[in-house]
Design a protein around this ligand. Structure first.
Ligand SMILES: C[S@@+](CC[C@H](N)C(=O)[O-])C[C@H]1O[C@@H](n2cnc3c(N)ncnc32)[C@H](O)[C@@H]1O
Length: 117
């Protein structure tokens, strides 16, 4: 059963993956983990974060057997800061596909993203 995953986003995401040869997909606000599971079969590496305890548990359960997926129980700005630090430390310069979907609770998040990215 697949509910919630946007119908248009997957085809555009895969198009971008192919056009820019992107291997890493990041989704902030993983909700129940449906999207990250879907993308785990389409990207080499998948990362995400979820702030809500209950959703984080459900998503963790859903991805527990997928060894190319990591999710963090973190707010998206903290997670993105953490990821950027790791990215720089590893001297990476590959392109990342960022799906900024963490919202519901904080209308200022978008401004924070602009500052970070
Ligand atoms: C629109 S839903 C995400 C749907 C999911 N990306 C998908 O495609 O199935 C938004 C999610 O973001 C989470 N969220 C809200 N604010 C957040 C924040 N500051 N950091 C991380 N997650 C957050 C919510 O708990 C919720 O699960």
């Amino acid at each position: 059963m697949c509910w919630w995953l946007d119908a248009y986003a997957p085809s555009q995401t895969v198009k971008l993956r192919d056009q820019f040869k992107i291997k890493t997909y990041i989704e902030t606000g993983t909700f129940r983990g449906i999207g990250i599971k879907f993308y785990s079969y389409r990207f080499k590496e998948v990362l995400g974060c979820e702030i809500n305890n209950e959703y984080f548990k459900i998503a963790s359960e859903r991805i527990k057997n997928l060894n190319n997926v990591r999710i963090y129980k973190q707010s998206s700005p903290d997670f993105l800061r953490f990821f950027l630090e790791e990215y720089r430390n590893k001297k990476r310069n590959d392109m990342i596909l960022l799906y900024l979907d963490a919202h519901f609770y904080d209308i200022l998040l978008f401004l924070m993203y602009l500052h970070l990215v």
